[in-house]
Write a protein that binds this ligand. Structure first.
Ligand SMILES: [Zn+2]
Length: 382
C-alpha cells in the first residue's frame, strides 16, 4: 500500500559529479602566465581561470548538474618549496573574501572533507616520495581539523557532512574513529571506476557506529579517447578499438542505470601536477567526455544530487521501516543517524492521512503511481 522509493521522487537512480582537490593554487610552465589548464582554483571565476572555462563550456550547458567538491582545507600549506626553474607555483588562501565564491559554487556543489594539506613531498622535493596526508591520520589531529572545519563554515556557510581520504590512503582503525568523532556521516572510501563490481553502497563499521560508504564508479574521462580527433594515419584497427571501448562504457552506464546503482563521476580540478605530469582525470582535458556523459544522462530519469543529500537519502532508505498496524493504518519508523528522515514513498492511493495532525496529504502522480516526498515518521491512514 505504501512503499519506499529507492531514490527521491521515485527516480530510477541518482547522479553526482565529484571533483577532487579544488585549491587556491596554480602551476604555470609558461613564464607564469595563467591559463585554464594551469589553474587549480587560484583565479576563482576570473577570465582565463579554470572555473570560468568549466562554467562556460560545461555547467552553462548542463545547469541540472549537482555534485560534490572534495576540498583540501589548507592545500596551499603543502606546496613544495623546491621547484624546477621553468615552473611557477603561486598560491593564496581561501579567506572571508571568498564567501561569494563559495556561494556561487554552492548552486551546483556541496563540499566534502579531503584533508588539510592533501599531500606533501618528502624533503619538499618534487622528485622525492609523494606522501598522502591521510596515510597518517591520528586521533590527536581532531582539534586541528575541527578548527579548520569551523573556519570553513565561517567562510562558506557550508557544513561538511562527509569526505574522502587523500589518494584513498588511510592508516588504520584510528582514521575511522577520527572521522566518526568529527561527525562525518558518509565517506567515499573506495575507488572502483568502470567496473561491474562493488557498485552498491555499504557501511564502514566503527565500534558500535557506522558511516555510509558511497561508491565512486564512473571515470569522468571515459569517452575522452573516443572523442579525440585521430589522424588519418591511425589504423582501422585503432578506430575499431576506440569504438568498442565507447560501446563498453555506454553498456556500463546502462548497467548502473538499470540496476539502480548511483552514478558517481570521478574528476579532479588539477591538470598540471607538481611533478610535471598531467593529472588524470581532470575537468580541463575531459570537458567533452563529461559533455558526452551528461548528454546520455539527460534523457534518463535521474536525480541530480550532491553527496550530502544522496547519503542522507540512502541512509534514510536503509533505516526506515513501514509497519502494517491494521487494514487501513501503517506506521513509518525511522532509526537513522541524521536528525530527520529524508525519504520518498510510492503508493497506488492518491492521498493518505496523517493520523496525528489529521492532515490529508496528496501524492504527486508519476508513472501510474502516487509519490509522497515529504512524509514524516508516524501513523498514517491509507
Ligand atoms: Zn585528492
Amino acid at each position: 500500500m505504501l512503499k519506499k522509493c529507492k531514490y527521491y521522487n521515485n527516480h530510477q537512480t541518482a547522479v553526482s559529479l565529484m571533483i577532487d582537490d579544488l585549491s587556491p593554487i596554480y602551476i604555470s610552465y609558461d613564464n607564469g602566465k595563467i591559463k585554464p589548464w594551469y589553474d587549480w582554483g587560484y583565479e576563482r571565476f576570473k577570465k582565463d581561470s579554470l572555473l570560468d572555462y568549466f562554467y562556460k563550456n560545461f555547467l552553462n550547458k548542463f545547469p541540472e548538474v549537482k555534485g560534490t567538491i572534495y576540498l583540501p582545507l589548507k592545500s596551499e600549506d603543502g606546496l613544495p618549496k623546491t621547484s624546477n626553474s621553468g615552473m611557477y607555483i603561486k598560491s593564496n588562501s581561501f579567506t572571508d573574501k571568498d564567501s561569494d565564491f563559495f556561494d556561487s559554487l554552492s548552486l551546483f556543489f556541496d563540499f566534502a572533507f579531503h584533508g588539510l594539506q592533501h599531500a606533501s613531498y618528502r624533503n619538499n622535493d618534487v622528485t622525492d616520495k609523494y606522501i598522502y596526508e591521510t596515510e597518517n591520520l591520528k586521533l590527536i589531529n581532531y582539534k586541528l581539523i575541527k578548527d579548520e572545519l569551523e573556519n570553513f563554515y565561517r567562510i562558506s556557510n557550508n557544513v561538511m557532512s562527509g569526505g574522502k581520504f587523500t589518494g584513498y590512503h588511510y592508516f588504520n582503525e584510528e582514521s575511522f574513529e577520527l572521522i566518526k568523532k568529527l561527525g562525518f556521516k558518509w565517506w567515499a572510501l573506495r575507488l572502483s571506476v568502470n567496473k561491474k563490481k562493488n557498485n552498491s553502497h555499504s557501511y564502514i563499521k566503527i565500534k558500535s557506529d557506522k558511516i555510509l560508504d558511497l561508491p565512486t564508479n564512473l571515470n569522468g574521462n571515459s569517452f575522452k579517447t573516443y572523442l579525440e580527433k585521430s589522424s588519418n594515419l591511425k589504423s582501422y584497427y585503432y578506430s575499431l578499438k576506440k569504438f568498442y571501448r565507447k560501446i563498453q562504457i555506454e553498456n556500463y552506464l546502462d548497467y548502473l542505470y538499470s540496476n539502480q546503482y548511483v552514478i558517481t563521476i570521478q574528476e579532479h580540478f588539477q591538470n598540471q601536477a607538481f611533478n610535471g605530469k598531467i593529472q588524470t582525470p581532470n575537468i580541463f582535458d575531459d570537458i567533452l567526455s563529461l559533455e558526452y556523459i551528461y548528454s546520455i544522462i539527460r534523457g534518463c530519469d535521474v536525480w541530480h544530487v550532491n553527496n550530502s543529500k544522496l547519503s542522507h537519502y540512502i541512509e534514510s532508505y536503509d533505516s526506515t521501516n513501514i509497519k502494517k498496524i491494521n487494514e487501513n493504518t501503517i506506521k513509518i519508523e525511522y532509526s537513522g543517524s541524521w536528525n530527520k528522515m529524508f525519504l520518498s514513498f510510492y503508493s497506488s492511493y492518491s492521498s493518505i492521512t496523517n493520523q496525528k495532525t489529521g492532515k490529508i496529504i496528496k501524492g504527486l502522480y508519476k508513472n501510474n503511481l502516487w509519490i509522497y516526498n515529504n512524509l514524516e515518521p508516524g501513523l498514517y491512514t491509507i
